[in-house]
Design a protein around this ligand. Structure first.
Ligand code: USQ
Length: 399
């Protein structure tokens, strides 16, 4: 297949692009390198020394013998270039990773809230409108988030996108399926809620073929392809804005920084290893919906864990200290989470479970680049409301 990977220079996009190229697809990366620009804006860098996109692509050619093309297009702003690409290149599938993906970054200030909404919602709408205008038959695969559902489930397992409901109409009971009610916990997560409605509309009105992947929190850094040569290494965020919880804990353990558990650590979240993420994207591509079908929604996660339990597990494995820090976010202190992920399992995903060996492997990756850690970037300082405090460990406050 001819595949365009929008956001193909990012944390999920890069390993997905390589995996699809290794599987024999003809891949073009479309990216405006905005994630690298945000690194500069924040004065924070990937723990791993990621190479410029041109070097990444030539290293891939050298090691795998496969070509990947690159176009620098801002999908949210440069509609004409996007349309021109789709019209003239005619990709069979577009994978849309081109969104600002950090909740804390989106909550930092009104500028970032507006940027996240403008960028994410425009990017999604531009892709949809351009597919329609091009007249091409393209399967759109979008990276959504488990966070569209919120993390409270009233005891039931969260279904894959749609909820069966019964509406009482006098004596009659009418059965329906609706998009699962949304409950986003940040402006970032809210943009993925807005995306969902855009997809539902374009699938209905224009018969676009769309798959939305509701993904949990990724852990791990490298896949088979990104670890085949150091120049292909994936990014690894540990800073308070972009670092996700498990990877942060592993870096913190590697450098002897207390593991920063927000609040009581009772938050339960869904997780997936990065190797499974690339496999899920491939499975979704191979199983597109038909034209006229509603949006296919997959829950792209493999297990759920409570934050404080993860911290204690890593503490036991590595000897790291665990500290409860003020929660900078506005979120439920404790929640249960049950999620259905039958579609990927039925289509052949063999999940990589969170295991001690793999955790140690990631901690070793973190250890390898520990000299690159900037301790001042570790605390989560973006607060959800004026009442929240930054997530600085009590033992380090005032230091
Ligand atoms: N947390 C801590 N300590 C930390 C960092 C985070 O306790 O040092 C807690 C947070 O308060 C939160 C949980 O860990 O309760 C998860 O935070 P996170 O930063 O790992 O994940 P989140 O902000 O939800 O966002 C990440 C990705 C996002 C993706 C989402 C999937 O950045 O792109 O959509 O995970 S999900 O969480 O399932 O919505």
């Amino acid at each position: 297949m001819k595949i365009a990977v929008l956001g193909g220079d990012g944390f999920c996009g890069w390993p997905a692009a390589l995996h699809l190229s290794a599987s024999g697809h003809d891949v073009t990366i479309i990216d405006n390198l905005s994630r690298r620009a945000i690194d500069e804006e924040l004065g924070a860098e990937s723990l791993t020394p990621i190479r410029p996109i041109e070097e990444r692509i030539s290293a891939w050619k050298e090691t795998a013998g496969r070509d990947i093309s690159f176009r620098n297009i801002d999908v949210a702003q440069d509609y004409d270039s996007l349309l021109d690409f789709i019209t003239h290149e005619g990709p069979d599938a577009i994978i849309h990773f081109a969104e600002q993906r950090a909740a804390p970054y989106s909550m930092k200030n009104s500028r970032n809230k507006r940027y996240t909404v403008d960028n994410n919602v425009n990017a999604t709408h531009n892709v949809l409108a351009a597919i329609v205008e091009s007249g091409r038959d393209v399967h759109l695969v979008h990276l959504g988030t488990m966070g569209v559902y919120g993390y409270g489930t009233a005891g039931m397992a969260i279904p894959e996108g749609y909820l069966d409901i019964q509406v009482a109409n006098g004596e009659d009971v009418i059965e329906q399926q609706i998009l699962y009610p949304t409950n986003p916990g940040s402006v970032y997560h809210m943009t993925k809620v807005l995306d969902q409605n855009l997809f539902a509309y374009y699938a209905k009105n224009d018969r676009l073929r769309i798959t939305d992947l509701h993904q949990g929190i990724i852990w791990g850094t490298n896949t088979a392809e990104t670890s085949s040569d150091e120049r292909l290494i994936n990014r690894f965020d540990y800073d308070g804005d972009y670092g996700t919880v498990l990877n942060r804990f592993l870096v913190q353990a590697a450098v002897g920084y207390p593991l920063t558990v927000h609040g009581t650590g009772g938050q339960t979240r869904a997780f997936i290893h990065i190797q499974d993420m690339v496999r899920c994207v491939q499975i979704a591509l191979e199983n597109p919906p038909e034209a006229g079908e509603r949006v296919k929604i997959f829950n792209q996660m493999t297990e759920t864990h409570r934050v404080r339990e993860l911290a204690h597990l890593i503490g036991e494995l590595t000897g790291a200290q665990v500290e409860m820090v003020p929660n900078p976010r506005n979120e439920a202190a404790e929640n249960e989470l049950h999620v259905t992920n039958d579609t990927f399992l039925e289509l052949g995903l063999n999940p990589t479970r969170l295991s001690e060996g793999l955790l140690l492997e990631v901690e070793q990756t973190a250890g390898r680049y520990r000299d690159r850690v900037d301790f001042s970037k570790i605390p989560a300082t973006s607060t959800w409301t004026a009442d929240n405090e930054a997530g600085i460990p009590p033992s380090l406050q005032g230091k």
